[in-house]
Design a protein around this ligand. Structure first.
Ligand SMILES: Nc1ncnc2c1ncn2[C@@H]1O[C@H](COP(=O)(O)OP(=O)(O)OP(=O)(O)O)[C@@H](O)[C@H]1O
Ligand SMILES: [Mg+2]
Length: 375
């Protein structure tokens, strides 16, 4: 993955992060004012990339930073470990090594590190990983407060990001309440919450009944500007000595509708096809698009079959939007207004549909194409 000319499939930062300066600056300014942020948006729109870029810049400004990806945590102990590890990294301490040693017992930990150092640096919490009698819930309790204690001990401000935060709901409802109660007392930490399950993310922060209501300022990620993407594509091909004409770039962005993941994927596939040549022809763009679509086939089929199984009306709405731009489901579909309303609402929440200038459109250009071909 390291060598991709157009990176896809992993978050992008620095020169590969296209057209997000405004959002990055806005988040930095909120965080600078001590205001926590919630970043939500459809899948693969670039949430993690923006989040990592923000952390990268904060680190350069001398902040402590941390990133916990809830997706990777299945138990309370996993989560506790992630929080402790990402926090310790700010002092160049390998949580991996130390927690590993602690789990093998206090003796092994004693041999691995100077316990005096542990106390001086203020990370006694690793001792808890050694205690077999400790309840996982208590360990997590301690871990949730650890970044705040650690940062204030080192007289630093810290920004801690929780990615795929919506997944927490799957773990344990009480945990979320507990987090809120703790986080609002933290003096040295500003939080970023990000997640792709928009429904859960939205309700967590916008529903009065939910624990995180009003806790963080929402920041949305709009589509990336065509102009910014055009410049990036041109520049990146040029750096590989390949000429990309305005017509070629225009074709690329028409096909992907500027969707960041697909644009990078298409450009990378195209790059493999044209490398060593000087120019790109339009047919090569079309062929690369076919290839890129095939690479996404199982994902698209999965989306189709889950909708057709659980929500046939939603699938009908999607098919309509794919076949007829700007169409109104209320006019075209034969169902009650109420059912259609709920269908649309659900698709908006799942990030499958978005509203643009008063009409609905599918977020995923490849899904759109897939539906059109299926007929
Ligand atoms: N601003 C950007 N400029 C260029 N490419 C981008 C940008 N944002 C995202 N991408 C592309 O889209 C892909 C997905 O980005 P990222 O992982 O940040 O999105 P996400 O919203 O966190 O996705 P998920 O919902 O899967 O967590 C990246 O691998 C990259 O190829
Ligand atoms: Mg992500």
């Amino acid at each position: 993955m390291q060598d991709l000319v157009f990176p896809y499939g992993r978050p992008v930062t620095g020169r590969h992060l296209v057209g997000r300066e405004k959002e990055v600056k806005k988040i930095l300014s909120l965080i600078g004012n001590g205001q926590s942020v919630v970043l939500s948006g459809p899948r693969r729109i670039g949430k993690t990339s923006v989040l990592l870029e923000v952390l990268r810049r904060l680190r350069r400004r001398g902040w402590f930073v941390g990133n916990v990806d809830i997706f990777g945590a299945t138990t309370s102990v996993d989560l506790a470990e992630m929080i402790v590890k990402t926090t310790l990294k700010n002092r160049g301490i390998s949580g991996e090594r130390i927690i590993g040693a602690a789990k093998e017992g206090i003796e092994r930990l004693r041999r691995a590190v100077k316990l005096k150092h542990v106390t001086e640096e203020g990370y006694e919490i690793v001792l808890s990983f050694a205690g077999e009698t400790r309840r996982p819930a208590d360990l997590l309790d301690e871990a949730l407060d650890f970044p705040d204690t650690f940062a204030s001990k080192h007289k630093k401000k810290m920004c801690l990001a929780y990615d795929e935060f919506g997944d927490l709901k799957k773990m344990d409802g009480n945990l979320i309440k507990k987090m809120r109660a703790k986080f609002q007392r933290h003096q040295s930490i500003v939080y970023i919450f990000s997640g792709s399950q928009e429904s859960v993310m939205d309700s967590l922060f916008r529903d009065r009944k939910e624990a995180f209501y009003g806790f963080a300022t929402p920041v949305e990620l709009p589509p990336i500007s065509r102009q910014a993407f055009s410049r990036y594509i041109k520049r990146t091909f040029t750096s590989e000595n390949i000429e990309s004409s305005p017509a070629v770039i225009s074709r690329i962005l028409d096909l992907t509708e500027g969707h960041p993941y697909y644009t990078q994927l298409l450009c990378q596939v195209l790059y493999y096809r044209v490398r060593g040549r000087k120019e790109i022809r339009i047919e090569q763009v079309n062929d690369a698009f076919e290839e890129a679509s095939l690479m996404q086939q199982s994902y698209l089929e999965g989306l189709w079959s889950s909708l057709s199984r659980t929500a046939p009306l939603q699938l009908l709405i999607c098919r309509l939007m794919a076949s007829k731009e700007g169409a109104s489901p209320y006019v075209e579909l034969n169902d009650t207004k109420q059912n259609i309303y709920y269908g649309i609402r659900s698709l908006l929440r799942k990030g499958i549909l978005r509203k643009d200038d008063g009409s609905y459109e599918l977020v995923d250009p490849l899904f759109s194409e897939y539906l059109r071909r299926k007929g």
